[in-house]
Design a binder for this molecule. Structure first.
Ligand SMILES: C[S@@+](CC[C@H](N)C(=O)[O-])C[C@H]1O[C@@H](n2cnc3c(N)ncnc32)[C@H](O)[C@@H]1O
Length: 310
């Protein structure tokens, strides 16, 4: 039987312990150390001798499953200072952005590093994530979380307001989880390679409307707005039924591709009509000596949500 200590990992193994009541604990095993809870104590050496998939007991006799953490475990168990992405949304975004080994991906903002973890996991071993964050404390938290899971070689952190633009060009994909992404689409266009993929996570429909308007005007195309609902079931064979509570809403996802040519004659007729009306409103406002802005029409967009809500 090959124990965790014998695996080819260069760093100490990261393991997940699951209690009989389903409580989950993430820890990095170090020879000679001990792990303690109110259910008792386990020597790290006992765990290092076992392979993943085994059961370890505390000195009080409580059994724990000994497992390798999944990416979903790593994301949901990180220390956080901000709202973090849900694994269901992260998984869908990774698919739509087609993130793969070797991809160069920009993320704005890092937050607590939840999505950074997912992106770094998939760009390994030859790709890189460029993660932007304006708040120093948030970025430090994200950095610590990335170091904890050993993904730091695949992430470049920039402590920078994305209002000042991105430092990379020709990236394959770009992901926004900031409160007013429509303000930074020009910078996104400059950073993305032709045909590059864009994903945006937004908590409210007001924000989705604002983003769509700007995406159409800036020749992003192949737009999609999606939301994923996930329902968990109680895994009891003869009484199978959904959990009593579910997360009814996490966020809306907007996907688009960066086009290098003007898309106006490709657009659906409804969108073209909308853009003409908007152009007219802009001209009429200019004649009155005013600047037309959609944000003027929507108090929520003028005064965006608190930072932690994205
Ligand atoms: C909801 S959090 C991101 C959470 C992250 N996706 C995760 O899974 O942990 C939004 C982050 O964007 C950052 N942010 C907001 N506006 C920004 C800007 N203009 N430039 C850089 N970062 C910004 C905030 O400080 C905050 O940490």
């Amino acid at each position: 039987m090959v124990g965790l200590a014998d695996s080819d990992q260069k760093t100490a193994p990261l393991v997940l312990l699951v209690s009989p009541k389903g409580k989950r604990y993430l820890l990095r095993l170090q020879p000679g150390a001990h792990w303690s809870t109110n259910l008792g104590r386990i020597a790290h050496d006992d765990m290092l001798r076992k392979p993943a998939g085994g059961i370890v007991h505390t000195h009080l006799g409580t059994p724990f499953l000994l497992l390798e953490p999944t990416l979903a475990d790593l994301i949901t168990m990180i220390s956080r200072r901000t709202q973090i992405i849900f694994p269901k949304d992260a998984a869908h975004i990774l698919f739509q952005l087609s993130v793969q080994p070797g991809s160069r991906v920009i993320e704005a903002g890092s937050g607590s590093g939840g999505m950074t973890t997912a992106l770094a996991w998939f760009v390994r071993p030859t790709g890189q994530v460029f993660s932007y964050e304006v708040n120093e404390q948030h970025q430090e938290q994200a950095r610590q979380n990335i170091v904890k899971v050993g993904l730091e070689p695949y992430v470049t952190f920039h402590q920078r307001d994305i209002q000042d633009g991105f430092l990379e060009t020709g990236v394959d994909a770009l992901f926004f989880d900031v409160r007013s992404p429509w303000r930074y689409l020009g910078a996104a266009k400059e950073a993305l390679r032709p045909g590059g993929r864009l994903a945006i996570l937004l908590p409210t429909t007001n924000q989705v409307g604002a983003v769509l308007r700007c995406l159409y005007e800036m020749s992003f195309a192949d737009l999609r707005v999606e939301e994923l609902l996930l329902r968990r079931y109680k895994p009891v064979p003869d009484r199978l039924r959904p959990e009593d509570q579910m997360i009814a809403h996490s966020g809306y996802m907007v996907f688009a591709r960066n086009m290098i040519e003007d898309t106006s004659d490709w657009l659906p007729v409804q969108v073209r009509r909308y853009l003409s009306r908007r152009q007219l409103a802009t001209q009429q406002a200019a004649q009155r000596g005013e600047v037309y802005s959609d944000e003027n029409d929507d108090p929520i967009l003028q005064e965006p949500l608190p930072e932690s809500d994205g």
